[in-house]
Ligand binder design. Structure first.
Ligand SMILES: *[C@@H]1O[C@H](CO)[C@@H](O)[C@H](O)[C@H]1NC(C)=O
Length: 387
């Protein structure tokens, strides 16, 4: 059965390639030498593909291409596949990316596939600048999709983004498959994948080690599916932080299944600032998840305030409801393995626990913490159910 489906899929891909027009970036003057600026050749290849009446393919052969901040803008006449066998590298001087907050940006496109490719954001210079407290440009996000619909991102590797690695913003129907993201554990704000204001994003297969959230989920995210995610170093899969602004869209219908966290600061986290907001979080499902030495495996934090500076210390307006935790097992690196610190003015409602088994790596018993929360539990619950 599977082989048949695979064969059918390959035939479809083969057929669409046959009908498409192909543009090799080398024909436009790109140099795979790791030195020559290839930004203009890449942009020219994009314009050719984007104005093609037939489905178009942009091909990037093996080699290293230096690319400055670049905007690949639609709308285009037909679908585009960008097939990358090479590596795109940001200029070694971080200032060359300017202050645009993006490096590679796809904007206002429909039916776009980005297949393969390595992206090296050369973030170390900017991180050092920020650490030194100097005046630094905004961190450029390595790969951003803005206002893009029907997108496939498959087999991409991103290392050392100056800021967030892969951003999906104001998009519909995006499939991210088998991506690998790596940045040092102490690199600031280098989130692996960030999704916001988007509907129908699925992430299947991702291995992510970074200095910030593995996956961060911002306001306006609906129908997000995450499966087979491996989070290592970093801050875990986070919904939020919400209540940054008073008028803010909510997050609904988010699923994370069959995933593993190893040595992360957090596992599954929902966080909001302690200030009034119109935002909400509802219909969230976490299922079949393994935690290995995770600081906070399960956490809702409605008093979020990193570094404890200028904390709003009001009560969070974010309404959290219908969150299910099912079959979550493994070890916690701190004693409180399960922490629900909900808002006094908007208590968490409809929280469900089913088959939780988290032990503290130390020999002492793991604990749970509950505040302003209502819900139910079934099956084995360890640490003790505090709902
Ligand atoms: C929730 O999202 C999934 C995709 O992640 C979708 O298949 C499902 O229909 C959505 N459910 C609702 C109630 O919208």
């Amino acid at each position: 059965m599977f082989v048949m489906i695979l064969t059918a899929v390959l035939c479809v891909i083969g057929a669409s390639n046959a009908a498409s027009t192909s543009y090799n970036v080398l024909q436009f003057g790109a140099k795979p030498d790791g030195k020559t600026d290839s930004t203009q050749p890449f942009l020219k290849a994009w314009v050719a593909a984007c104005t093609s009446v037939k489905a178009a393919m942009i091909y990037v052969p093996k080699g290293r291409y230096v690319i400055k901040a670049a905007e690949f803008r639609g709308p285009c006449k037909n679908s585009i596949t960008v097939r990358i066998d090479g590596t795109l590298i940001a200029p070694s001087d971080f200032r060359a990316l300017g202050n645009d907050d993006h490096w590679i940006l796809f904007i206002n496109v429909d039916r776009l596939s980005v297949i393969g490719g390595s992206f090296d954001g050369k973030g170390a210079g900017l991180w050092a600048c920020r650490k030194s407290g100097k005046n630094c440009p905004a961190a450029a996000r390595s790969i951003t999709f803005n206002w893009a619909n029907n997108v496939v991102v498959r087999g991409l590797t991103s290392v050392n983004s100056q800021g967030m690695h892969l951003v999906i913003n104001s998009c519909n129907n995006v499939r991210v498959q088998n991506v690998k993201i790596i940045a040092p554990g102490d690199s600031p704000n280098t989130d692996g994948i960030h999704v916001q204001s988007s509907n129908g994003v699925t992430i299947t297969g991702a291995s992510i080690n970074t200095g910030d959230d593995c996956i961060s989920i911002g306001p306006g995210t609906r129908n997000l599916w995450m499966e087979k995610i491996q989070c290592g170093l970093g801050h875990g899969v986070s919904i939020g932080s919400l209540a940054r602004d008073f008028n803010e869209d909510g997050v609904q219908n988010v699923t994370l299944i069959n995933s593993i966290f190893k040595g992360s600061d957090n596992g599954v986290r929902i966080k909001s600032w302690a200030r009034p907001s119109t935002s909400y979080v509802t219909n969230i499902n976490y299922r079949n998840i393994v935690m290995r030495s995770v600081q906070n495996p399960i956490i809702i934090d409605q008093n979020y305030c990193p570094n404890n500076e200028n904390c709003p210390s009001q009560s969070s307006g974010v309404k959290i409801s219908r969150v299910t935790y099912q079959n979550i097992q493994g070890t916690s690196a701190t004693q409180v393995a399960m922490k629900f610190d909900c808002s006094a003015s908007n208590p968490c409602r409809g929280i469900k626990l089913q088959d939780i088994k988290l032990t503290y790596v130390d020999k002492t018993k793991a604990k749970s913490y509950c505040k302003n929360i209502g819900g139910s539990a079934g099956g084995v619950i360890l640490p003790e159910n505090c709902l």
